[in-house]
Design a protein around this ligand. Sequence first.
Ligand code: XBP
Ligand code: MG
Length: 241
Amino acid sequence: MLRALIWDVDGTVAETERDGHRVAFNLAFESMGMAWRWDEPTYGHLLHVTGGRERLLYGMEGRADAPSTAAERETLARELHQRKNRFYAGLVEQGRIAARPGVRRLMDACAHDGIRLAIATTTSTGNVEALFTSLFGAGWRSRFAAVVCAEDAPVKKPDPQAYLMVLQRLGLHPDNAFALEDSPNGLQAARAAGIRCGITRSAYFAGAAFEGASWVRDDLDHPAPMTLNLLRSELSANIGS
Ligand code: XBP
Ligand code: MG
């Protein structure tokens, strides 16, 4: 029986990577007087590493103009990451990022049917706070039964830590939850926690393979509305698989 819907944030609730984090990383580079810029193809490649600080460290690999020692790289990555998150919050507060199609509708349907909402994300708590306040208003948190972010689950997707923590906080068996994701790393994390997972393709993972997903679609409204009844039938048809 479906008791909880677990949401990934970046790419699933909104196109935050292309329009938010990437732009904010570039503002952070600029604010430190650095010439580095991540264009869309470059960022698409770097996105295979989850976690903004980890992504910065990965981006430094092979760069002649990156600091030479691991300690210096770590210090620079932390500074850039903090700046990036401040810029990201600013972009979000300006209302520059919208919820993806069907997100609000499905969240409202869950509230109506008593299906609990949860978040399993590798992004930082502050970023979720900024985005969800902008999209759903200051009282958004009361609508979610569990919110697990990078600070709670530091071992990032594709590791299942965030999903396992959500299940633990909800007191649920994986057969009673369904996950919504946009990336191969996210899908792997949900499935490793034993949770069925549907994919709404985001800009950067439009061409990715999603083996093991319950379904793959453009978004929650296309080609047709994804409903709770469809999710329920998905769960009952695949118990234990
Ligand atoms: C999201 C991430 C995050 C964001 C940036 O992945 O990997 O790192 O890109 O947020 P997912 P932070 O959607 O699979 O959770 O800078 O806070 O890490
Ligand atoms: Mg995502």
